[in-house]
Design a protein. Sequence first.
Lengths: 418, 156
Amino acid sequence: MDQLDAREVNLRWPAGDISSVPYQVFTDPAIFQAEQERVFRGPTWSYVGLEAEIPHEGDYKTTHIGEVPVILSRDREGGIHVLINRCAHRGALVLREAFGSKKRFNCIYHQWGYDPDGALKAVPLKSGAGSGAGYDDTFCMADHGLKQLRVETFNGLVFATFSDNTPPLKEYLGVVAPHIARVFDGRPLVGLGYLRQLVKANWKLYFENTKDPYHVSLLHLFHATFGLYRSTMKGEIYAEETGVGVLIAHGGTDEAKKAQYEQEGISSYRKQYALKEPALLNIEWEYGDRVTNSIQTIFPSLVNHQIGNTIATRHVIPRAVDRFELLWTFVGYADDSPELREKRLLQANLVGPSGYISLEDVEALEIVQKAIQGGAHDASFVAMGGRSAPFAEQPVRNMVSETAIRGFWHTWRALMGV
Amino acid sequence: MVREDIRARAEEVLFHYAAVIDDGELREWPGFFVQDGVYKLIPRENYLRGLPVCLIYCKNRAMMEDRVAAILQASIYSLHYYRHHYSNIRVEDLTADHATLLANYVVHRTQDDGDTMVFSTGRIIARITLTETPKFMEKLVVYDTCRIPDLLVFPL
C-alpha cells in the first residue's frame, strides 16, 4: 500500500520548507488518499466523541476516523471501545444510527450479532440448514469480531488510533494537555446539542484557520468590536510536534490598545456598532482567569473551543479532497446553575454554522478552495513571524504570527513523508 | 375569532414574513415578534432529544435587531438569496389570546452564480397572538436539513 501511495503522490515542495505551502496539497485526490493511510490511519490520535455521549452499557455513537466508519461503544463492564463499523461477514455497516443503545449490535444483512465490545456472538444458520453444510470446522467466531482500535481517554474526551506506534495520548497532547484540562477538568459533562455543517474546502484549511491568530480580528468584525479578541491583545500560542496546539487570548486587558486600532483604521473595527442586548457577551469567568478564547487544535481531527462560556468540540471529518464535515458538540457541566446554562446557550450564537465569529471562517476557506483550482504549483505564504516553527515549552506571545500553521505543516510533512 | 379566520391571518403573516426575508428589508424581521418574543432555529436531532442548543437563539426582539445589524454590517458571506415555501398550515390550541401555529417549510437558496439548491426543510412550531395582525410570541423553526450546506446567514 505504501509503495502505491509513494508512486501516486508527486509533490514538488523544497525539503524543510514550511513557510510556503503548495496548493496541490488541498486539491490533489492522490494526496487525500495517501493522507487516509499515513495521517488518519497512521500514528495519530483521532477524536471520536465524549464519554458523556455513551453513559450506559450498550450505548453507542457512530462516527468516522478519516473516511473509515467507526463505532464508539460502552460494554457491560463500563469499558469504552472504538470498533470499525464494518461487519466481519460481508462488510455492511453494522450500526446505522448516529446514536443509540442496544445490548447486541446486529448487522441487518445476515443478522450477525456482536457484543458492544465487538465480539461476534451470533451467526444464524452457522451449521447450515437441511442438507446445507454451513461453515466448515475451521470457522471460529472469536476470529470474526469487529476490528478494535487502540483507545485512550483524556478527561472525558475519547480518542482512537489505528497504529501501535502512536505515543500514549497524554504524551501526544504534551504542553497542550493542561489547557484541555482547564475546561475538561473532570467534572461530569452534559451534552447540550449538536450543530453540523458541510464545508466545500479541504480539511487542512480548517486546521490552518484554527491555528491562525493573525486573521481573527481582521476577518471577524464582531470579535474585534466587542473586545473578545484583538491582535493587540495578550495571548499565547503553544505548539507540539504532534500537531497539537492551543491559541489563548486574554480579555479585559486591552482597552489601552483600542486606540491603536482606531488610529490604524483597520476596517474590521467599527466603534458605532453596539449590541442592543448586552446579555450575549455577559461572560461569567469560570476558570479563575480572564481567558476569553482558548482554541485547542488536536491534529488531525479535533478543535476544542472555550469562547466566553460556550464550550464545544469541533470534529473535523474529511469527506473528499474538497469537502469536510464539521460536527460541533456543545457541552456544559452537570453542576451548571440555570443562569450559567442560559449563558452557554446564548453564547452559542457566537459560533457554529451561523456564528457571529465563525461564519466567515467557512466563507474564507471556501474562497481559498475556489481560487486555488488550477493553481496546484502555486503556493501560499505563511511567513508571518518567521520561517520556522519552534516547538518549545515556552509559548510564542506574539499573536500576529503564523508559527502554529508552520508547525502543522512540519507535522504533516513528516507523517506524509513528503 | 373563529379558527378559519385565525388560520387565514396566520398564513398571511407567514407569507409576509417570507417576503421580508426573501425580497424585502431584513430590518423588518424583528417586527413580526412581540417585544419579548423568542426565536429559535434548532436542528431536528436536538429538538427530538431534548437538547437545547440552537443554531440561532434570540430571547427577545433586541437580540433579533442585533442579529440583523451583524448580518448587514459585520458578517462576511457570498451573495445569496432565499425562497421560502410553506404548506400544511394549521392552527391549534386556541385560547382567549393566543394559538399554536404549525407549518411545513422548504427554503431554496440561490447563490450569486445562479445555482439553486434545496437549502433547508423542516417545520414551524409557533405561538401567535390573536391580534388583528398576529405576532410571534415564540417561533421555533425545527430544521430537518441538519447538515447545513456551507453556512446559514439569514433567519428562516
